[in-house]
Design a protein around this ligand. Sequence first.
Ligand SMILES: Cc1ncc(COP(=O)(O)O)c(C=O)c1O
Length: 424
Amino acid sequence: MTQASARTHALALDAADPLRPLRGEFLVPRHRDREQIYFVGNSLGLQPRGARAHVLEVLDKWAAEAVEGHFSGDTAWMHYHALVREPLARLVGAQPEEVVAMNTLTVNLHLMLASFYRPTRERPAILVEAGAFPSDRHAVESQIRLHGFDPATDLVEVEADEPHGTLSMEAIARAIAEHGPRLALVLWPGVQYRTGQAFDLAEIARLAHAQGAAAGFDLAHAVGNLPLALHDAGADFAVWCHYKYVNAGPGAVAGCFVHARHARSGLPRMAGWWGHEAATRFLMGAQFVPAAGAEGWQLSNPPVLALAPLRASLELFDRAGGMAALRAKSEKLTGFLDQRVRQRLAGTLEILPPAEPERRGCQLSLRVAGGRERGRELFEYLRQTGILGDWREPDVIRISPVPLYNRFADVLRLVEEVEHWRGV
Ligand SMILES: Cc1ncc(COP(=O)(O)O)c(C=O)c1O
């Protein structure tokens, strides 16, 4: 396809896109006299226009009602976290009782590890992917030490076995089988942050459970990116943030999933008063009675102002028709980027995630030929022309076309600008 016919094709795809109006629901930063081309939903999603109204509603309620705001109306702060429960459950394929919005990702990971990482001398180990996100690695390493074990022997890291640093399912299965009798927990990403590779969560949970280990997932890069079916996948727990593809703002309140089979299991946990069953919480008794389900892991009364943008964002996922509709567009959009890069930019950009759509989300991590200096040069050039991706050392630019607000024309412009840079 020539660039001219690619342009016609991109414009036709945009014109036929049923999700196209949703872009207007977001505030797109400007670059000079036009909108920036924003490919960084993998880092911080754009602001939904509705976020401001939801935040102002809380501020106004506080101004008008002060403490009474906890109890009055449909958005009483006492139950505010529950306003996001059902849309969140839809987003991750869970029952409402299995999810809760609370804290931030790493905090939730520690809370989950406190309950689901119960090491014994025979079974002290946690299995993760080599090159896991540093916060996850710090969390598991510190928990291993906290229990008196040694990360040198009890943190198992599965090395990439495919070109470009991705992992085959066979390598994961082999590692789980090899270390099985010593594994207390398998902690795995839904989408690997550096490569963009997506994983079969149900299969990983099945393999972990077959060895007697718990299965937990970090979905930071998967939620709002891929359709998830956490309940059916059988994960024991999952944690994620809402500031990337869920567009709930910097440092947004995070998410947590606990499978229904643990809802009333009385698992040991780090407890706080907001995790106490709602009906008797305000009797202020000394004994902790956990609320059923994921809410039983809450510690504090929720940061209502911080939760407000999440409501606005989740409304847009429902308006889009849910993750199935978004994924249908996402596969086309990222597929278009993949196809244009292979056709026009081979030799300049190398695509790191697997080519099969079911093994990646919207993000393509692109290695720039020529090393770090060339990579930085291209990244800066794109930024100067109003195209924003993000940079991962030493030579990777991550580009995430997000189906809620990116267009096929955005992808085309990126490819044209890289060609222009190369020709300069
Ligand atoms: C995969 C992954 N895990 C953990 C984190 C840490 O998240 P937080 O700072 O919200 O705890 C991030 C942040 O980007 C992430 O991408």
